[in-house]
Ligand binder design. Structure first.
Ligand SMILES: [Zn+2]
Length: 263
C-alpha cells in the first residue's frame, strides 16, 4: 500500500474547504486538525458514491478537541441548519425516544432505551473532534441528500501526549467491512499506542416528502457486536457516536452493550 505524507491543508477538494490553508500556527484555541496527515488510500472521485479514503493523522492531544468549540466550516454550518429545520427537536432525549419507539428489533430498542436512561452520563453536546470529522465527510458528500459515514479510530501514545487517528470512509450510508483501517490500528498498537475510542457518525435520512428517520446516537446491534469484540481483541476503550448535534461516549465495559449481559 503506497503511503504519502502530506500537509493537512492538502485536500482532494479545495473548493469545498472554505477556511484558510493554515497548517498549525493558528490560534491555539481554534478547533482545527493540525499535525500531519498520511493519506494511505484515496480512491475514486471524493464526491461520488463508493469513493474510499483512509488517512492517518498524528497530532498533539489538544484539549480544544474535547471542547464544544466549532470548526470554521460553512459546509457544516449549512448541514446543521438544514437538519435542525427538518428535525425540530434535536435533543438526544427526543431522538433516542423517537427511534426506540419506531424500531422493530427488540435488541435495537433496548440499546436506545438504555442509552436514553443513561444519557446524563453518556451523551454530551457534539465536541470539536466530532464536528471536525463530520465536516470533512460533509465536504465530500452532502449529508442531507446522500448520508454517508466516517469512522475514526482514536489511539493515544504511551505517554498520552500524542494522538494517532485512523480516519476511514466509504461514501455510502454504512461503511461495511473495516479491514483497511485495521492494519493501521494494529500497527499503532504494536508501536505502543492504546486504542482509546472509535468514533463514527449516525445519519438522519430525509425523505423528499419531509419525513425523516435515524439520528439516534445509540449503537446499532451490529455496532454493539463489533465494539464488544474489538474491546476484547484490541483493548478498545469507548464508543463515540455523533449525529451532528449530540455525541454518545460509551465505555465498552458497559454491560447492556452485550446481547447477553450475564455472559
Ligand atoms: Zn453505527
Amino acid at each position: 500500500m503506497r503511503a504519502l505524507w502530506v500537509g493537512v491543508a492538502l485536500s482532494a477538494c479545495a473548493s469545498a474547504e472554505p477556511r484558510s490553508d493554515a497548517v498549525g500556527g493558528a490560534d491555539a484555541a481554534a478547533c482545527e486538525l493540525t499535525g500531519e496527515a498520511r493519506v494511505v488510500l484515496d480512491e475514486g472521485d471524493p464526491h461520488a458514491p463508493g469513493a474510499r479514503r483512509l488517512v492517518v493523522w498524528d497530532l498533539a492531544d489538544d484539549p480544544v478537541l474535547w471542547s464544544t468549540a466549532r470548526p470554521q466550516s460553512a459546509t457544516l454550518d449549512r448541514f446543521i441548519a438544514a437538519a435542525r429545520e427538518r428535525v425540530g427537536d434535536i435533543s438526544a432525549e427526543a431522538l433516542l425516544g423517537r427511534v426506540a419507539a419506531t424500531l422493530e428489533s427488540p435488541r435495537e430498542v433496548a440499546l436506545n432505551q438504555r442509552l436514553l436512561a443513561e444519557r446524563a452520563r453518556m451523551v454530551v453536546p457534539m465536541r470539536c473532534f466530532d464536528a471536525l470529522f463530520i465536516a470533512r465527510q460533509i465536504e465530500r458528500m452532502d449529508m442531507i441528500s446522500t448520508p454517508t459515514e466516517v469512522l475514526v479510530f482514536v489511539l493515544v501514545s504511551h505517554e498520552g501526549a500524542q494522538l494517532r487517528l485512523v480516519e476511514y470512509t466509504v461514501n455510502q450510508p454504512g461503511i461495511g467491512r473495516v479491514g483497511p483501517p485495521m492494519a493501521e490500528v494494529e500497527r499503532a498498537i504494536e508501536a505502543g499506542y492504546r486504542l482509546r475510542a472509535v468514533f463514527h457518525n449516525h445519519n438522519f435520512f430525509f425523505g423528499e416528502d419531509g419525513s425523516w428517520r435515524g439520528g439516534s446516537v445509540a449503537p446499532s446491534a451490529p455496532d454493539a457486536e463489533l465494539l464488544v469484540s474489538q474491546h476484547a481483541s484490541l483493548g478498545l476503550g469507548e464508543s463515540w457516536i455523533s449525529n451532528g448535534f449530540s455525541t454518545s461516549l460509551i465505555p465498552l465495559t458497559t454491560p447492556w452493550l452485550r446481547a447477553d449481559p450475564d455472559h
